[in-house]
Write a protein that binds this ligand. Structure first.
Ligand SMILES: Nc1ncnc2c1ncn2[C@@H]1O[C@H](COP(=O)(O)OP(=O)(O)O)[C@@H](O)[C@H]1O
Ligand SMILES: [Mg+2]
Length: 220
C-alpha cells in the first residue's frame, strides 16, 4: 500500500514538535522570512534553508554568518555578501517565490570531510509497522547534502557510524534511530490518518547526538 502522502515539511515538523521527547531531536525550525533568518543566524551561526515542499535536496541551501559578512552555499557554489540585505535579496531570488523554512544547521559527523546522514524506511504491514532498511548516505565530495540523486553514496548504517564516529557507538545510535522512528510514527499517525510508508532522514552530529531532518511520506 502506498499510503497517504504529505508534502509539507512544515506540517510534519510541527506535528513532531508537539511531542517533547521527539522535539529535542528536531533542529530549531521557523518559517523563512528576513527577521527569522537574521535572528537564527545570530543564534546559530549556520542555518539550512529548504523549500516547504521539496525533495531530493532541490533548493536546499546552507547559510552562514561570520565576522566578515554572510555566505550561502547551493550545491557546490558559495557566494559571499558584505550585508544582510545583499544576502536576503540573493536568497529570495533563488527561492523563486516558493515557501521556505529555516533550520539550525547541524554539524554532521563526516567521513573524509564528507557529511553523512541516515535513511530509515518504515512500512506498515498487516502485522504492524516494520523497519525495512537503515542506511547511511555520504555526501558527494564538495556538497553538504547527502541525497543519492545528488551523487551521495550509500553504505550500511554500521559502517557509517563507525567510520564517522566510532565503532563503540554503532549499537546505541542504531537503537536510538529505531526508537525515534517508532515514537515519531505513533505521533504522526495520530495526526495524519492513513500514512503507510515513511522515510526518516536522521543526522548524527560530531558529538553523537541524533537529529531528525525530515520525514518523507513517499520514500524512494
Ligand atoms: N538542519 C540541517 N543541518 C545540516 N544538514 C541538513 C539539515 N537539513 C538538511 N540537511 C542536509 O540536506 C539534505 C536534504 O534535506 P532534507 O531536509 O532531507 O530535504 P529533501 O526533501 O530535499 O531531501 C539532508 O539529507 C542533509 O544532508
Ligand atoms: Mg531528505
Amino acid at each position: 500500500m502506498q499510503g497517504r502522502q504529505l508534502a509539507s515539511k512544515w506540517a510534519k515538523t510541527a506535528a513532531l514538535l508537539s511531542h517533547p521527547r521527539i522535539a529535542s531531536h528536531i533542529p530549531p525550525t521557523r518559517m523563512f522570512n528576513g527577521d527569522n533568518l537574521r535572528s537564527m543566524l545570530r543564534v546559530h551561526g549556520m542555518v539550512v534553508i529548504k523549500p516547504v515542499k521539496g525533495a531530493g535536496g532541490h533548493g536546499v541551501m546552507k547559510v552562514t554568518s561570520s565576522g566578515s559578512g554572510f555566505s550561502y552555499t547551493y550545491y557546490s557554489r558559495t557566494r559571499h555578501f558584505n550585508s544582510f540585505q545583499g544576502l536576503l535579496q540573493a536568497l529570495k531570488k533563488e527561492q523563486k517565490g516558493r515557501r521556505y523554512l529555516i533550520q539550525k544547521g547541524i554539524r554532521l559527523a563526516a567521513i573524509s570531510g564528507r557529511p553523512i546522514d541516515y535513511r530509515v524506511k518504515y512500512v506498515k504491514t498487516d502485522t504492524g509497522w516494520q523497519i525495512r532498511s537503515m542506511v547511511g548516505r555520504v555526501a558527494r565530495p564538495g556538497l553538504f547534502v547527502t541525497n543519492l540523486c545528488r551523487g551521495g553514496s550509500m553504505l550500511t548504517a554500521a559502517q557509517g557510524i563507525s567510520r564517522s564516529l566510532s565503532g563503540a557507538m554503532v549499537t546505541r545510535k542504531k537503537r536510538e534511530m529505531r526508537e525515534l522512528t517508532r515514537v515519531s510514527t505513533a505521533v504522526l499517525e495520530g495526526k495524519f490518518h492513513g500514512i503507510g510508508q515513511l522515510g526518516f532522514d536522521y543526522g548524527i552530529d560530531r558529538s553523537g547526538k541524533v537529529w531528525i531532518f525530515e520525514v518523507n511520506t513517499r520514500p524512494q
